[in-house]
Design a protein around this ligand. Structure first.
Ligand SMILES: CSC[C@H]1O[C@@H](n2cnc3c(O)ncnc32)[C@H](O)[C@@H]1O
Ligand SMILES: [Zn+2]
Length: 418
């Protein structure tokens, strides 16, 4: 199967793009080739698909359910009691809704940490996206729960899941306040043996850091260092409350970090994400939305804008976090974090890309595409999405979207009544 995109704007030039199978084969002006199908790129710009490197897809079911609260009361009083009631069917429809929202806003890949990840896998398989899905682990410092968590992880990776290569797996210990050091070390060893990423919430709030010092005698990154689990496989979400030595330790061990500006702002977890310091130290930083119960949507265009404006504001520096770096954080950096040959439009990379409709106020005039994308637009500018060489959305329409909206709303209302 081949697709020819004709006459789209790429890095300021009118360009053709030939996709063959899963890959971008050729990029250039007026390609003299034929293809099975042709997309008219006139009045459109092509960008790499966004890589959302931290979310909880099925939390779409909790959108608008528990707003205006700080992290721990929000989790303990509102979210966890309802997550305890989730069925596979709930997670499946919540994940289908998340995939729909991601496709409509130009995301082609996501890193997910959520319960019943096999149901998310089914949704991702059907919706055509690419994802790395964490098998999650909690033990709340109780040895019998740690044994159950280990058995769950072993079983998850024994079962042959039989999905396409678009779906990969990872381990998702929730946080250092819900997972014991012993279980974290076991998971790290399992991740090492099976070449899996390990994804963890860390240093999200000042209280988490204070508690870590009280409980373990060390700040969170130093605690992970002592446990011996800082490694290039480790992907940290949030990582707001870090000092300069901790940033150095992350860089030295090749640890990756994901910035979640909307959730950090809405839960008032912290503003001072030290992007410049991490970038300068050599830490690869990706961008995430977090789940819809804390960021309320999965729009990576909005996340780029919030990341940039928040970074400029707290530093009192308008030069901080410029648009071009935000686009890289949301695309190439995310692909690098997940070990994917994607995130750039060039021959040989995976055909994961979007077309922006430029015929809109946000892109008029279009002196600078990245500026308009980050500072003026939102995810509704996306017209066409291709993932793994397949068209998932054309003319801003995704097949079956009405049914997904209907079913996801029904399971969300039913969950709250249970
Ligand atoms: C291990 S399943 C994922 C778990 O994480 C919870 N969660 C969602 N957002 C956050 C956040 O910002 N910090 C910590 N934990 C979060 C989610 O509700 C699931 O229980
Ligand atoms: Zn999270």
């Amino acid at each position: 199967m081949s697709i020819l995109i004709k006459g789209a704007l790429l890095r300021g030039e009118v360009t053709d793009i030939l996709i063959e199978g899963k890959y971008i084969r050729e990029v250039g002006p007026s390609l003299a080739v034929t293809a099975d199908s042709c997309l008219d790129g006139t009045g459109k710009a092509v960008i790499p698909g966004f890589v959302n490197t931290h979310t909880h897809a099925a939390m779409t079911l909790f959108r608008g359910f528990a707003d205006d609260m700080p992290l721990m009361p929000w989790l303990v009083e509102k979210i966890w009691p309802n997550e305890a009631k989730l069925t596979n069917e709930d997670v499946y429809w919540g994940s289908r809704l998340a995939c729909l929202e991601m496709i409509k806003t130009g995301t082609t890949t996501f890193l997910d940490m959520y319960h019943k990840h096999q149901s998310t896998a089914l949704a991702v398989e059907e919706m055509g996206l690419r994802a790395t899905l964490c098998a999650v682990a909690f033990d709340h410092f109780q040895p019998e729960k740690a044994e159950k968590a280990k058995a769950y992880i072993r079983k998850s990776f024994d079962d042959s899941m039989g999905y396409s290569k678009r779906i990969r797996y990872a381990l998702g210990p929730h946080a250092i306040y819900t997972v014991s050091g012993e279980l974290l070390q076991w998971l790290d060893e399992f991740a090492n043996e099976n070449q899996l990423p390990l994804h963890l919430h860390l240093s999200e709030t000042a209280t988490e850091v204070e508690n870590s010092i009280r409980q373990f005698g060390l700040s969170p990154v130093r605690y992970l260092y002592k446990l011996g689990i800082l490694s290039p496989r480790l992907i940290l979400a949030h990582a707001i409350w870090l000092d300069s030595d901790e940033i150095r330790m992350l860089a030295d061990h090749g640890v990756k970090v994901v910035h979640n500006p909307l959730s950090n702002m809405k839960l008032a977890s912290g503003m001072e994400f030290k992007y410049n310091e991490m970038r300068d130290a050599g830490v690869v930083v990706g961008l995430g939305t977090d789940g819809c119960a804390s960021s309320n949507n999965l729009d990576m265009v909005e996340a780029m804008k919030f990341a940039s404006l928040l970074g400029k504001s707290w530093r009192k520096d308008p030069e901080a976090m410029p648009a071009g770096e935000m686009v890289r954080m949301a695309t190439a950096n995310g692909a690098q974090i997940l070990g994917l040959n994607a995130g750039e439009i060039k021959p040989g990379t995976l055909a994961d890309l979007s077309l922006i409709n430029l015929k809109s106020p946000a892109f008029t005039p279009n002196f600078n595409l990245e500026s308009n994308l980050v500072y003026a637009a939102n995810g509704s500018c996306i017209d066409t999405v291709i993932c793994d060489g397949k068209i998932l959305m054309q003319d801003a329409r995704v097949a079956g979207e009405e049914e997904i909206l209907e079913k996801a709303a029904a399971v969300a209302y039913d969950l709250m009544k249970r």
